[in-house]
Design a protein around this ligand. Sequence first.
Ligand code: HEM
Length: 361
Amino acid sequence: MRTPAAAVSPFLALSALLLLVATSVAAKGYGGGDAPAGANGYGGRDDASPGPKGNGGYQVPAYQKAVDGLDAGYYRKSCPDMEGIVQKAVRKALRDDYTLAASLIRLFFHDFAVRGTDASVLIDVPHQSERYAYASRTLRGFDLIEEIKKELEAKCHATVSCADILTAAARDAATAVGVPYWSLKYGRKDGKDSIADEADRLVPMGGQSVTDLIRFFESNGLNIKDLVVLSGAHTIGRATCGAVRPGLCKRAGTLERQYGDFLRRKCGAGGDGEYMELDGETPTAFDNQYYKNLMRRRAVLDTDQKMLPDSRTGGYVRAFASQPSQMFVHEFAQSMRRLGEAQVLTGNEGEVRRKCSAVNY
Ligand code: HEM
């Protein structure tokens, strides 16, 4: 039997390693060889102008901030079985369709990307809300979240927000595919605005530079390590050729030759809607294979591959590729928790929707 000290030591080793990487990133500053900021799409954020919630200029990263208004015991009296209901529904849905795990994790990220975790992505106003953005066209999981909401409304009327349901569902999807459990705080409120154009402007979809991605994460209260760790979600799930094809011809220098040929064959002829695995080696395992693929220059998405040669992100990629998967999944759980706490509405902000697909009247 392993002693507690032996069980903990790999994480201590990783912490030391990641600290070393972080220190070297800090020492090098932001001089990494990348496209100039703003070259690729984050027009609204390049000048550090106020985000949708009005947090102008530089923000203290969320992992340094106390989270006001969120509480692990938020539903203890008002809806004690909230977590059980969400978990049961997610587990059942994944038994029917395992691929939904990746989709729920992605849905959570897309929601966070626009106005923080406020369930704005769930609002259904044809041709207007985020759900109808080009960036949202392959999102899935909406029906499951609505079903869970319906059950929770029946048991605890007007109590549990859709943002909390989505946060818990993403955690349960991740733990179902092998990410270690992390406890959640609740009390998020649902936003009242959802604009398709904002999703298309803000959600990273693959054409960005590393600088763009770092700015996007930092402007939302996360850091460079969170960017590299959370991008590791691409160790499961799939991408459409429509997302892979743009820029494929320009990737000759950054892609391993045979793999490049494979991508061109697969997506060159296929329609935009054809799917390919984001991690062709172990597509259903939540492991560190994604980082190993980057080391071999075999990333499906150009944005992912760019993280290896960049001095700000490359050290993390190499660290996760060379350490056991446990190290990555442990960090993934921590970054997912930060993602769900980074930009939230609490207290009197927002509302608790009665249906996740519509604001209250
Ligand atoms: C950092 C910038 C990111 C970019 C540029 C990006 C881009 C993409 C693209 C283009 C796809 C394929 C979409 C399609 O064609 O259907 C995808 C899929 C996916 N992304 Fe990301 N992503 C990023 C970050 C993240 C983060 C932070 C997470 C989660 C925490 C995430 C989770 C996923 C998952 C799980 C899938 C597969 C979805 C499925 O199989 O249904 N991504 N991403």
